[in-house]
Write a protein that binds this ligand. Structure first.
Ligand code: K7E
Ligand code: CUA
Length: 680
């Protein structure tokens, strides 16, 4: 693969001249303007910084072979020690099953958040909060990994409010709720009728519902049917999880699903403002291909790519909610499902033809356009919500094989924009531009929106303005506020699937590459600023929020805080009341942790005792976190200041088990230890 330079060298002297004046860089700009330095296809390793040439900026830049664009990129991203990033991006952790928080523009990874998978640093699942992870298990098999996919920040009036974060597990159709007060997972729900999902989690403009679309058609309720009966017995589904903001939890009893044809539902997106109350999703296997390559049938992916059009799903969520409240559903595994026949009869579901194996479906900031990308089509197709409503009213549709009305394509299409090869996902900025990732071209295309946005563009509506090469094979892209009514057009992060030559090869398994792009200027100006290798899982999607909208705790509000109930645990261990007592057939340990001791520091039990261990970090100092591990018993906690935890185990092995603090908290951290003695 030819490596394309990530930047274009500035023409004219304006930018370079200004920069040179700013930095006094005449020497280095002169040195770097030799075209051979700039057009070389092979990226050279950056040289180590100068030891002989002195510490001047010129000398460092020359020694490291930095171009003027490199220097502007460095200036735009460098975040001095002690200063904070203006934006925080929450990226899904892919196979890690977690969520990663990344500061932008520094691209510093701030932390991972344990979600679907035990995470040892935060003691997530060892054994604290194990119940939250296992609440999402399927009925027979404990799940020990997740494929975390699409994070969604909670919204108020179609803007991120920074209160909660949701994320789905594609592998097992689970949805998690993370509280952004302490950045901890509070709830995981397992979808009772589908086994995997994809089009989640997207939220409605006031976070009334968290949307979870299915993916691969299967009999609902995890039952069996022969694959020869695909059309008759296999189905798709979309689930609307009701979110109770006051409780900070999904209210399963107020949640419901809708049965859909087995068309391989893909991504979903909520309407907003003018399209509030409606939901859009796409599908990519209206052929209903099932594979069977050994029997001479077309392989799955070929079978699923035969038709020119698949169907965008258009769902009237307000009307579906009314049907649910009116009891117009059937229960499947105890979960309410609006049947397909009801959805058709009551006008809850419509289809729009969309070209060639579509992937992303995205809604413009004010909710008036829906943009779909056909993976096998060089265009994005833009639908007008107003035209969709008109076509529904005029009954301009023909039924598909299940009887779902397919709206007339030409009546609802607003525009098609030829963006390039392999279009996937679209984001919007504050200047009326849309950006579409091009997987096959390894580029991000910037194009102009029409309609009310037309006046912003001298270029005219629905036109590609520029494209920037990314390295390589971009999936999702992320702009701050990108899925809201008020996107912010400063940065775009390109979540690239392949990194190939960008980093030192880490064996045959290479990291993904998250590239930060400056989109603050309009027209043809975009600049790659930074490459962040993600060697800890494959982020699919990310959402980015202005940091000032986040109001996290710095320490828990009171000593003895139960992170799940969000208040003080009445049974928490408290300073001055440390003790060991036997009651109700168990040994209760009440232990406090403070620099640099655990009290009590000796705990003696008998083999076979059930031990209920309460431990509280009584610190009020920010960052005075203590860890707690008991060797041999797989017990490992992170206890942040104020937090109280309780865990239970059976002391089924006798012996002497040191326990110790796992966070290097103080000069006497190594001495912050004690003994669990289990008598034979
Ligand atoms: Cu395009 Cu699963 Cu959102 Cu990945 S998905 S890229
Ligand atoms: Cu407490 Cu180390």
């Amino acid at each position: 693969m030819k490596v394309q330079p990530a930047w274009t060298f500035p023409t004219g002297t304006g930018k370079r001249g200004a920069l040179a004046v700013l930095l006094g860089l005449t020497t280095v700009l002169g040195a770097c303007s030799k075209s051979s330095d700039l057009d070389d296809d092979t990226p050279a390793p950056a040289k180590s910084s100068s030891t002989g040439g002195g510490d001047s900026i010129q000398a460092i830049a020359k020694e490291r072979g930095l171009s003027p664009d490199d220097i502007t990129a460095a200036l735009k991203t460098y975040t001095p020690s002690g200063t904070h990033d203006p934006y925080i991006m929450f990226a899904s952790g892919g196979h890690s099953g977690q969520v990663f928080a990344i500061g932008v523009p520094s691209m510093r990874i701030l932390r991972s958040i344990g979600v679907f998978t035990p995470e040892p640093w935060q003691g997530w699942g060892y054994p604290v909060e194990k119940d939250i992870i296992s609440a999402g298990d399927s009925d027979t098999t404990p799940l020990t990994w997740g494929d975390s996919h699409h994070p969604a920040i909670s919204q108020t009036n179609a803007e991120y409010d920074g209160q909660f974060l949701f994320i789905n597990d594609k592998a097992n159709a689970r949805v998690a709720v993370i509280d952004l007060k302490d950045w901890m997972t509070k709830q995981i729900v397992k979808n009772p009728i589908i086994l995997n999902d994809h089009g989640g989690t997207m939220v409605t403009p006031n976070t009334d519902y968290i949307i979870e679309g299915g993916q691969y058609g299967a009999p609902l309720g995890w039952s069996y049917a022969s694959i020869d009966d695909y059309q008759k017995s296999y189905r798709g589904a979309v689930t609307f999880w009701k979110f109770d903001r006051a409780k900070g939890r999904i209210d399963v009893d107020q949640s419901f699903a809708m049965e859909l044809p087995p068309y391989g539902q893909d991504l979903f997106m909520s309407g907003r403002l003018v399209s509030d109350g409606w939901v859009f999703g796409n599908s990519f296997n209206t052929e209903m291909a099932t594979g069977g390559d050994l029997e001479g049938k077309p392989p799955m992916e070929a079978g699923a790519s035969q038709r020119d059009m698949d169907y965008m799903h258009i769902i009237n969520l307000k009307a579906a909610e009314a049907d649910f409240k009116a009891g117009k559903f059937e229960k499947m595994k105890g979960f309410p499902v609006i049947r397909l026949t009801t959805a058709i009869q009551d006008g809850l579901l419509y289809f729009a033809p969309e070209p060639k194996s579509p992937h992303g479906v995205d809604v413009s900031p004010k909710g008036e356009f829906i943009v779909a990308s056909g993976k096998l089509d060089p265009h994005v197709t833009v639908y007008s919500f107003a035209k969709i409503q008109q076509a529904i009213k005029d009954k301009k549709s023909t039924p598909d094989v299940f009887g779902v009305p397919v709206l007339d394509y030409d009546s609802i299409k607003e525009a098609q924009v030829e963006v390039g090869l392999g279009p996937l996902h679209t984001q919007f900025d504050d200047k009326g531009y849309a950006y579409t990732s091009l997987f096959l071209d390894s580029m991000v295309a910037r194009w102009t929106l029409g309609g009310n946005y037309s006046s912003l563009h001298p270029e005219g509506p629905w036109k590609v303005v520029t494209k920037i090469p990314v390295q390589y094979n971009v999936g999702h892209i992320c702009i701050p506020g990108g899925d809201t009514a008020k996107p912010d057009g400063k940065y775009l992060v390109s979540l690239n699937k392949w990194s190939i030559d960008r980093f030192f090869p880490t064996g045959p398994l290479l990291p993904q590459n998250l590239q930060l792009i400056d989109i603050s200027q309009g027209g043809d100006k975009m600049q790659i600023l930074y490459d962040l290798p993600m060697g800890i899982g494959e982020p699919h999607y990310a959402q980015m929020i202005s940091a000032d909208k986040l109001k996290p705790y710095t320490v828990y509000p009171e000593i003895g805080w139960d992170v799940n109930s969000g208040k003080v645990d009445p049974d928490a261990a408290l300073p001055g009341k440390e003790r060991i007592e036997r009651r109700d057939g168990a040994v209760h340990v009440y232990m406090t942790a403070v620099r640099s001791h655990f009290r009590p520091d000796q705990v003696v039990v008998n083999k076979g005792d059930k031990v209920v261990w309460h431990i509280t970090n009584v610190e009020r100092t920010q960052d005075a976190t203590h860890g707690f591990a008991i060797s041999g018993y797989n017990i490992n906690l992170s206890i942040e200041p104020g937090r109280a935890e309780t865990f239970t185990f059976v002391a089924d092995r006798s012996g002497v088990f040191p326990f110790y603090c796992t966070e290097f908290c103080s000069a006497l951290h190594l001495e912050m230890a004690g003994y669990l003695l289990v008598k034979p």
